[in-house]
Design a protein around this ligand. Sequence first.
Ligand SMILES: Cc1cc2nc3c(=O)[nH]c(=O)nc-3n(C[C@H](O)[C@H](O)[C@H](O)COP(=O)(O)OP(=O)(O)OC[C@H]3O[C@@H](n4cnc5c(N)ncnc54)[C@H](O)[C@@H]3O)c2cc1C
Length: 357
Amino acid sequence: MKEASKNYDVIIIGAGPSGIFCAYELIDKKPDLKILMIEKGRPIEKRTCPKRTTKVCVGCKPCSITTGFAGAGAFSDGKLSLSPDVGGNLPEILGYDKTVELLKESDNIYLKFGADTNVYGVDKQKEIQEIRRKAINANLKLIECPIRHLGTEEGYKIYTRLQEHLLEQGVEMEFNTMVKDIIIEDNQAKGIITDKDEIYEAPEIVSAIGREGSDWFSHICGNHGIETKVGTVDIGVRVEVRDEVMELNKNLYEAKLVYYTPTFDDKVRTFCTNPSGEVATEYYENGLAVVNGHAYKSQEYKTNNTNFAILVSKNFTKPFKTPIEYGKHISQLSNMLCDGRILVQTFGDFPERKTYN
Ligand SMILES: Cc1cc2nc3c(=O)[nH]c(=O)nc-3n(C[C@H](O)[C@H](O)[C@H](O)COP(=O)(O)OP(=O)(O)OC[C@H]3O[C@@H](n4cnc5c(N)ncnc54)[C@H](O)[C@@H]3O)c2cc1C
């Protein structure tokens, strides 16, 4: 092993939105901190996906869509759900009021860096009330959530400004570098080892590795005897319809609807609606093909279709402990049916159970 090459006050693994906001807050509150962000992908200006022009995925390693500065957020639709009632389980960890406060703070940072000032879902109370009435009649719960939409192309620009800002503030960034291991001594994280066998040391190590790094991180925890908690498995399909069919769009950017199945009381929910948007195939490192959706802000790139996901959220009990592998396995099985691609089914074929790839 080589000698420790550099020392920092804080090392942040991963430069996705979590890593970025962590660095932003730290340098804002303590400008003298020596911070290093280590990211296995590329800086934002070097993130280009060949598939956007060739329509064929060439399997870049690492993938430019999911890794690099801004992580999976760089080319995402950039919908900011401004309510603690949707998203992860932050209110359970921090409390409801603190989560509201942090959401406001994060939203203000996006606004400072150029986000659209419009918020969907706060006006039109009468129309929303009518949607709720129809939802109740259909056994659905409408979750109210104000949405700010950055837009795929505008989100990229906002993250470009954030990268410039952090660099100007003296945050160091090491790209194309994967963290291989975390050095832990006496129950304390002391440093990291990269795939180039370099060692960086810091008394504080932040792991902000997102879904992309979750496999790696669960192995690291396993190797170091760190206990982990099993997360929710979300499995579903992405639905695409003509904008005209999606009447909900007129008054809500995204209608978050929840349904509990009568047989097993499973939670089924709509997720990530993209009015006038596009469905995109994404490939993960092991060749896994999945679908996602996004929408541009500019009129020029808008389509006539709305897409959204319908997900079943399932929490399994002991001895189950591999939610990510389980989800991947199910996706792999559906990929297998169509030679590594994604299954497509038209609405007309749905009752007849026909699928295409
Ligand atoms: C197409 C698409 C659309 C989306 N739309 C929305 C949306 O509209 N609204 C919304 O809120 N969310 C959306 N999301 C989800 C959102 O992008 C993620 O919730 C967000 O990116 C999570 O941030 P993160 O920092 O936790 O993780 P990530 O963004 O995944 O970032 C983690 C970073 O860590 C790096 N990393 C991982 N392991 C290592 C390692 N060992 N060494 C070095 N680097 C490592 C990765 O390369 C990555 O860049 C979308 C995602 C996609 C893909």
